[in-house]
Structures are given as structure tokens and as C-alpha cells.
Ligand binder design. Structure first.
Ligand code: 5GP
Ligand code: ZN
Length: 114
């Protein structure tokens, strides 16, 4: 999608610090990190929100989650722990409508989230 920020990052039109990529997903550092490690894992293909997922996307979502777990392990967060979050629509604070899995690690997290 031409006017989608994360499609443009995936296409290399907007710079980002990419920490992992494969044929299905790209992971890059959040521009406003909320933890020492704050990475966004996105599919290369545009999907606006979790509400738009189809059964055929199950493997893609699994790929996103496994990518986040691998990045967390690589960053040394696997033992102490880390958080993974999908924000969906207004009440959850979704601001970019191309699905992205937040990976946050490197500090203690509170619960419930704000
Ligand atoms: P959301 O609020 O939709 O769950 O998360 C969107 C995230 O994208 C936010 O954490 C925000 O800081 C991040 N973000 C917004 N614009 C950019 C950008 O241009 N580059 C990067 N790397 N992250 C961005
Ligand atoms: Zn997009």
C-alpha cells in the first residue's frame, strides 16, 4: 500500500534499523522505544489490523511470533522475560494500520497495561 508507513519501511523507502528479516516478515527498532529493546515485527504483506486476518494467514502470524521470540532470545531476554503486544484499533492505541507485533524487553513490565 503506497500510503502505508510500514509498507514503505518494508520496501526500503523509509529508513529503519532492521534487526531481522526473512521472506515473510521484517523486524525493525521502534522509533520511540518504550523499553531497552523495542522492536516491531511486521509482515511484508499489508494487513491493516488483526480484524482483517484470514485463516490463510495463520502461518504468517506464527512466523511473526517466532521471529519475536528469536529476537528476544538473541537480545538475552529469554530467561528474565519480555512482552509481545498487538494493539488493535482505537481503544488499544493502534496508530499504524499495518499489523505489527511489539517486542519489549530489558526492563520489568507492569500489569495491567495502561
Ligand atoms: P501502535 O501504536 O500502532 O501499536 O504502534 C506503532 C508504533 O510505530 C509506535 O510504537 C511508534 O513509535 C512506531 N513508529 C511510528 N512511526 C515510526 C517510524 O517512522 N519508524 C519506526 N521505526 N517506528 C515508528
Ligand atoms: Zn502496509
Amino acid at each position: 500500500m503506497a500510503d502505508c508507513l510500514f509498507c514503505r519501511i518494508v520496501a526500503g523507502e523509509i529508513p529503519a534499523t532492521i534487526v531481522y528479516q526473512n521472506d515473510q516478515v521484517v523486524a525493525f527498532r521502534d522509533i520511540t522505544p518504550q523499553a531497552p529493546t523495542h522492536v516491531l515485527v511486521v509482515p511484508r504483506r499489508h494487513i491493516a489490523s488483526l480484524s482483517d486476518l484470514a485463516p490463510g494467514d495463520d502461518a504468517l502470524v506464527g512466523e511473526m511470533v517466532r521471529a519475536a521470540a528469536g529476537i528476544a532470545k538473541e537480545a538475552g531476554h529469554a530467561d528474565r522475560g519480555y512482552r509481545t503486544v498487538f494493539n488493535t484499533n482505537a481503544d488499544a492505541g493502534q496508530t499504524v494500520f499495518h499489523i505489527h507485533l511489539h517486542l519489549l524487553g530489558g526492563r520489568k513490565m507492569g500489569w495491567p497495561p495502561g
